[in-house]
Design a protein around this ligand. Structure first.
Ligand code: UGA
Length: 423
């Protein structure tokens, strides 16, 4: 099928590359010329295993990147994959969605063939029907039934997105006209996964509810971990026993410094805002966020209880990305921790295998090192903030510290004499 994708961000670029691997002819529209130029040369603007190989394979063949919306004319489907960042009040900011919808309608104006507009961005329930469809139709200028709408949320995890695309647990398609549903389902031909069909609003809500539930599992594990720590019980032993209950599942029960990234904090906040705006009090969701915010400060409280006043102390921070296998630092739990260290006058010695550059944009004034060993040399204490598997190999490197105070926010180290935030 000939399809278009709007937005070469995380979701759009991965989706474009993967749909081209499935054999579709893909036109990716990205209005940032510099970004589009780099992608056109096969360079992904972020680290994602397998992505550049797909770009190199399909660019100049069945994947094209352009800055012009006009290129979508002639395609059968257009996916909206633009960002929905948090507004200052926590609600989802739909300005990019509105402008993409308007530009799509405008670009399709002269078209006489049926076209389906598919929302893939995470949007509050009702957005496809009451924001996207009217904006597209207003710019399109005709009500002849040629344009139909669908909502197809993504469940890709950063660092595993290509793998997730080809092996999803399910494909969700929200629709109002049958033809839109059939067209979107046909695009995934060849992928072995159940297709869940629903109304547009239910599909939008499935995405929010999924992310909120996963975030809740993490905050729940963290709360149990905090209690276990006081009682001298290992929360990882506990959760191994809990997770084997098939009703619960072992995944997302890893206690630690809490969840970060571009999705969970933003999506839970948007759901809280949405609930409150319609007169509901989302008690569980608020607690999920509260527990999460509190975990980062536990790292600091624990550190102070071990080495006293932090002013002038050298603190190594290992791990800056919001999780392993990515260079993404958005809403990383390392951010509030570094902020608190800086506020207390500590000297921060940071290292991440991929994310030093990204974190230097947020904290230009702290020290960055090219290896864990260098960051640890002479440090009074060490905080581990990301579950990078390579941190498990660290052993003698800790001998270079001035004093061996090691606090893990992620259960990853195998060395002796360390302490976990909640184990
Ligand atoms: C998350 C979801 O897992 C995806 O299904 C979803 O598509 C995506 O958001 C999105 O909405 O686009 P992602 O943000 O890439 O994916 O990251 P996760 O792997 O879910 O991890 C999120 C955070 O939770 C990380 O900071 C991680 O360290 C933390 N985490 C995860 C825990 O603290 N404990 C766990 O057991 C699992």
């Amino acid at each position: 099928m000939r399809i278009s994708i709007i937005g070469a961000g995380y979701v759009g670029l991965v989706t474009a590359a993967c749909f081209s691997e499935l054999g579709h002819e893909v036109h990716l529209v990205e209005i940032d010329r510099e970004k589009a130029g780099a992608i056109d040369r096969g360079i992904a603007p972020f680290h994602e295993p397998g992505l550049e190989a797909l770009l190199k394979k399909h660019l100049l063949r069945n994947l094209e990147i352009t800055c012009e919306y006009q290129e979508i004319a002639g395609s059968e489907c257009t996916f909206i994959c633009v960002g929905t960042p948090s507004s200052p009040d926590g609600s989802a900011d739909l300005c990019f969605i509105r402008s993409a919808a308007h530009s799509i309608g405008d670009a399709l104006k002269g078209e006489g063939d049926p076209h389906t507009v598919v929302v893939k961005s995470t949007v509050p329930p009702g957005t496809t029907r009451t924001v996207v469809a009217p904006a597209v139709m207003e710019a399109f200028g005709r009500q002849d039934g040629l344009i139909t709408f669908a909502m197809n949320p993504e469940f890709l995890r950063e660092g595993r997105a290509v793998e997730d695309f080809f092996h999803p647990d399910r494909i969700v398609i929200g629709y109002s006209e049958d033809i839109a549903c059939r067209k979107v389902a046909a695009l995934y031909d060849g992928i072995d996964a159940p297709i869940v069909t629903s109304g547009l609003e239910a599909a939008e809500m499935i995405k929010y509810a999924s992310n909120a539930f996963l975030a809740a599992k993490i905050s729940f594990s963290n709360e149990i971990g905090n209690i276990c720590k006081r009682l001298g019980i290992d929360v990882y032993e506990v959760m191994r026993g809990v997770g084997l209950d098939t009703r619960i599942s072992p995944q997302f029960l890893n206690a630690g410094a809490g969840f970060g990234g571009s999705c969970f904090p933003k999506d839970v906040s948007a759901l809280i805002h949405l609930a409150e705006s319609i007169g509901e009090e989302p008690r569980i969701l608020k607690s999920v966020m509260e527990v999460n915010e509190h975990q980062a400060f536990r790292m600091i409280t624990m550190l102070e209880s071990r080495i006293g006043d932090l002013c002038g102390k050298q603190v190594a921070v290992l791990g800056l990305a919001f999780k392993d296998n990515t260079d993404d630092v958005r809403d990383s739990r390392a951010i509030p921790v570094i902020s608190a260290l800086v506020d207390r006058g500590a000297v921060v010695r940071a290292f991440d295998p991929l994310a030093n550059t990204a974190m230097a944009r947020i904290f230009p004034g702290i020290n960055y090192y090219g290896s864990a060993e260098e960051a640890l040399t002479g440090a009074d204490a060490c905080l581990v903030m990301t579950e990078w598997p390579e941190f498990a190999q660290l052993e003698d490197e800790f001998d270079r510290m001035k004093s061996r105070v090691i606090i893990e926010g992620r259960r990853i180290l195998t060395c002796k004499e360390k302490e976990g935030i909640c184990w």
